[in-house]
Unconditional design. Structure first.
Length: 232
């Protein structure tokens, strides 16, 4: 089943070029760098009267869960009543969702991982989908994280899933969509081979290589893995 991307074509078009540099890859051809959707500026959120929207009466600050602005005591606040989008109606992060997908949580970091099994998308579409989930394509920065992601995929029917790495800005210079240092790698033997095969600028995990990394053409429809913080 293909991904329904109605209303998101402009972001997909910008991402599809996969034109970025090591310093600005997170912007991905004009798309804003990834950040938590409900991030709150250090000074707090201002209300209509210029004060803090979390300020209460004489009793002190009160949380206003459901107003679309994260305040003290809330993991998130997306202003809706959809528990399935990862931010529930109690303003707590959840590491679950539609039963068609698989999930895993790293208790040491509070990060949630979501494997999209049934749907397929190209690399740019997959990143947009992860952003709509308040996350990003997974960035694998350690052996422990690689092992967790491999375990999430094993036993499923998902195709080789996209991860959040690309060398679209400079051939052979891979960067993460978040701008994190690209230090840990888990390339399969003979990979990456984009210098030999044109247009292989995006990275996925390949089942036949024990879910090690391959570079591949970004336009291919594949499964994908998202990552986000649960606010823990």
């Amino acid at each position: 089943m293909t991904l329904d991307l109605a209303g998101r074509s402009s972001r997909v078009a910008a991402l599809a070029a996969v034109s970025c540099t090591a310093a600005s890859c997170a912007q991905l051809a004009g798309v804003e760098p990834w950040q938590p959707r409900d991030a709150v500026p250090s000074g707090g959120s201002a209300g209509a009267d210029g004060g803090s929207s979390s300020a209460g009466g004489e009793g002190g600050a009160l949380s206003a869960c459901g107003n679309g602005s994260r305040e003290d005591g809330e993991d998130c606040d997306d202003g809706d009543e959809d528990d399935g989008d990862g931010c529930d109606t109690s303003c707590h992060r959840r590491c679950d969702g539609p039963e068609s997908d698989d999930y895993a949580e790293d208790p040491s970091t509070g990060h949630c991982y979501r494997l999209r099994i049934v749907e397929q998308a190209n690399w740019a579409e997959a990143e947009v989908s992860c952003q709509d989930w308040s996350g990003h394509l997974v960035t694998i920065t350690s052996l422990d994280e690689q092992t967790l992601v491999q375990g999430l995929h094993r036993g499923t029917t998902a195709l080789d899933p996209w991860i959040g790495a690309s060398d679209g800005g400079s051939e052979g210079k891979y960067v993460w969509v978040t701008g994190e240092p690209f230090q840990y790698t888990a390339w399969a033997a003979g990979q990456p081979n984009g210098e030999e095969i044109a247009d292989e600028d995006c990275v996925l995990l390949v089942i036949e290589s024990q879910l090690l990394w391959h570079d591949a053409a970004c336009y291919l429809p594949r499964s994908w893995i998202c990552e986000r913080s649960t606010g823990l």
